[in-house]
Ligand binder design. Structure first.
Ligand SMILES: NC(=O)C1=CN([C@@H]2O[C@H](COP(=O)(O)OP(=O)(O)OC[C@H]3O[C@@H](n4cnc5c(N)ncnc54)[C@H](OP(=O)(O)O)[C@@H]3O)[C@@H](O)[C@H]2O)C=CC1
Ligand SMILES: Cc1cn([C@H]2C[C@H](O)[C@@H](COP(=O)(O)OP(=O)(O)O[C@H]3O[C@@H](C)C(=O)[C@@H](O)[C@H]3O)O2)c(=O)[nH]c1=O
Ligand SMILES: [Mg+2]
Length: 306
């Protein structure tokens, strides 16, 4: 089957390319900058229609959480108008759209995990733009699977795992916030899930779903796990000092607890993503030894798990 994904160098799109090669029966087309920019999405929409895929994956987005506070118009243009144009292409083709969204649509003021219908109230401009993007997508095509995921990391691009490993090379102690809770998600797992959904052709599965790594944590414990694995494998190490968000001022105020409940996804699809610790280990080991091509698509069965 032919799957088209937006973006060229993003974490998820890069992992989609890797997993598609591994699967063998998916032709993955990626489309994005510099030829096609979501800021000017009509040519992108027309190119998607011309490519005539069986499924469209909307993986490109404005993801710079702090910068979005200073350029809201650009963030909204990409995440709302751009996402809408991608949805229009899928609607014109009459094919399913898998659209990625975020835990940052929630304020996180109350304890999680959060279900799909829980009240959304983004704290950040990034989160608000992604929420409006979801609404636009849903209004344009009923054949949408909106996947809200969180804390995405991978061997590629910009992410927390790579940042922590880089900082640990030059510092003995790192201060990391311990009062923000969420679910780290490997983009390799997510890409495998997206292609599994694309191939499953479940006719009644459209809607909004939460899909993230199994198990919750906070950023400082996530960092501790990253560096423990790194240390065991001869990589950089630093001591993590847990701090309060108030002691790590950022332009955007992140949710306090944006853990996602994945029961709905598990109920419909019958599986979920691996425990975040296992997937983090695979990605850290791959980053330390780029020749490693570790198995990263293992899944837990839905029943009988923890
Ligand atoms: N990263 C995370 O922690 C999380 C991400 N998500 C969502 O998952 C999706 C994938 O995220 P991820 O892979 O991590 O993103 P990345 O930040 O790794 O990559 C962003 C992608 O979007 C593309 N992009 C950004 N602006 C434009 C533009 N103006 N025109 C065309 N393409 C553009 C980039 O293009 P280029 O290749 O040219 O740079 C890149 O391919 C996004 O929808 C994001 O909101 C959800 C939860 C967590
Ligand atoms: C690097 C670092 C970060 N932090 C904090 C800042 C922040 O609260 C938290 C995570 O920082 P980041 O900037 O990596 O995370 P952030 O950009 O907020 O990550 C988010 O990205 C968007 C795209 C999403 O959709 C979200 O799911 C989420 O993954 O850790 C420290 O406390 N110490 C540090 O040394
Ligand atoms: Mg960031």
């Amino acid at each position: 089957m032919k799957v088209l994904a937006t973006g060229t160098t993003g974490q998820v799109v890069t992992c989609l390319t890797e997993i598609a090669v591994r699967l063998g029966d998916v032709e993955l087309i990626t489309i994005g900058r510099p030829e096609f920019d979501l800021i000017n999405p009509v040519p992108l929409r027309e190119a998607i229609v011309a490519a005539s895929p069986d499924v469209v994956v909307s993986a490109a987005a404005y993801t710079a959480v702090d910068r979005a506070e200073d350029e809201p118009a650009r963030a909204r243009a990409v995440n709302v108008a751009g996402a809408a144009c991608v949805a229009e292409a899928a609607a014109r083709l009459g094919v399913p759209l898998i659209h990625l969204s975020t835990d940052y649509v929630f304020s996180g003021d109350d304890p999680g995990p959060r279900k799909e219908n829980d009240q959304t109230r983004p704290r950040t401009l990034y989160g608000a733009s992604k929420l409006d993007g979801e609404k636009a997508v849903a209004s344009i095509t009923p054949r949408h699977v909106i996947l809200r995921t969180s804390w995405v990391y991978s061997p590629f691009g910009t992410n927390f795992v790579r940042t922590i490993l880089r900082l640990a090379k030059s510092r003995e102690i790192l201060s990391v916030v311990s009062d923000q809770h969420g679910n780290p998600t490997s983009a390799l797992d997510l890409a495998a899930a997206i292609l599994e959904i694309a191939r499953s052709r479940k006719g009644d599965a459209f809607g909004v779903y939460h899909l993230a790594g199994t198990g919750g944590t906070n950023w400082s414990d996530f960092a501790r796990h990253i560096l423990a694995v790194s240390h065991l494998n001869g990589g950089p190490f630093a001591t993590i000092r847990g701090i309060a968000s108030a002691d790590y001022p950022t332009r955007a105020r992140r949710p306090q607890d944006s853990r996602l409940c994945t029961d709905k996804f598990e109920g419909i699809f019958g599986w979920c993503l691996p425990p975040w610790q296992d997937s983090t280990k695979l990605v850290v080991r791959r980053l330390l030894d780029p020749d490693l091509r570790l198995q990263s698509v293992a899944r837990r069965p839905a029943a009988g798990g923890e």
